[in-house]
Design a protein around this ligand. Structure first.
Ligand SMILES: C[S@@+](CC[C@H](N)C(=O)[O-])C[C@H]1O[C@@H](n2cnc3c(N)ncnc32)[C@H](O)[C@@H]1O
Length: 286
């Protein structure tokens, strides 16, 4: 018994979670919060490829350094490092326990290559160096800046934190459904992910959302993550980026397949389709 428990403790979080899923025994009591988040919300492998490709097309060379703002578990940093031997990454987040989870679960498995990643515990607005080729602010975390002054303060700092051939990547979502309180459920391996769009105020564009997780045994993790945001639109964000010194901001809009469903391919676009809900990337250049 005791031996078994010790062996379980030696396994990585990913191994422990995979075993629980295989046995159909993942519950609200034994599931790891950050593992659930990464499995259901992030697609870091695809995002680093996208960033690399857009940068190379723009500047005719591969980018070396990436800064991940609001990095949380530094998943994007870890995937970035895997692309090329010469790549480096800087992750910034003010939450030490989340950074520590990232060190243990995303950096440690990289072995020696983990030395290419630096994690800084601070407010993203306080960090300006070292300057990087790319700065990424993903999963809408920049929506925590609710006033134009606050957002501009952040983006000015981003501009100063980039090298001359610098590129900022942000994501954004919208469409009529983004303004309607509703729950969207998605089945994952071993659990259900629920995006709970709880309130929307059309006067301020403030939005509160939660992530819940439900498990096969009926147990639930309610409000596992909470978000208190302003829903920023694409044109106003591009205006603020330009005011903050960026020379241009380009919207990458997602294409659709033959059934009209989003196909995961993002292309520079001047006109979007009237999707009820969409996710787009903003690429801004220094
Ligand atoms: C939604 S998570 C994003 C995690 C990850 N980057 C992703 O793409 O899924 C938001 C993270 O931003 C951090 N955060 C929010 N505001 C911040 C700020 N002003 N400075 C530094 N970190 C911040 C939180 O601690 C949290 O880890």
């Amino acid at each position: 018994m005791g031996g078994d428990t010790k062996m379980e403790q030696k396994k990585t979080v990913a191994e422990r979670m995979a075993k629980l899923v295989r046995k159909g025994k993942l519950t609200a009591q034994n599931a790891d919060l950050h593992w659930l988040y990464e499995k259901s919300v992030q697609n870091a492998e695809v995002e680093v490829e996208f960033i690399n490709e857009v940068y190379e097309k723009t500047f005719g060379r591969k980018p070396v350094s990436l800064r991940e703002d609001f990095c949380g578990t530094a998943n994007l940093c870890a995937e970035w490092i895997k692309l090329d031997d010469f790549k480096t990454a800087l992750g910034v987040d003010y939450d030490e326990p989340t950074l520590q989870w990232g060190r243990e679960n995303n950096l440690a498995p990289l072995g020696d290559r983990a030395s290419g990643i630096t994690l800084v515990r601070d407010d993203v607005r306080n960090v300006r160096s070292p300057q990087t080729d790319v700065l990424a602010a993903t999963n809408f975390s920049w929506w925590g800046f609710k006033t134009r002054d606050e957002l501009a303060g952040y983006l000015r700092n981003c501009h100063a934190s980039l090298k001359d051939e610098g590129m900022m990547m942000m994501d954004c979502y919208g469409g009529p459904e983004a303004q309607i309180p509703q729950e969207e459920e998605r089945e994952q391996d071993g659990f259900d992910y629920i995006w709970d769009q709880d309130t929307f105020n059309p006067i301020t564009n403030e939005i509160t959302c939660y992530i819940d997780f439900n498990f096969e045994d009926g147990s639930k993790m309610k409000k596992a993550f909470s978000y208190d945001w302003r829903l920023w639109s694409l044109p106003e964000t591009c205006d603020v980026l330009k005011e903050c010194g960026f020379s241009r901001a380009v919207i990458y809009w997602e294409g659709t397949d033959e059934d009209g469903e989003p196909d995961g391919e993002f292309q520079p676009s001047l006109e979007g389709d009237l999707a009820p809900a969409w996710v787009a990337y903003i690429l801004a250049f220094k």
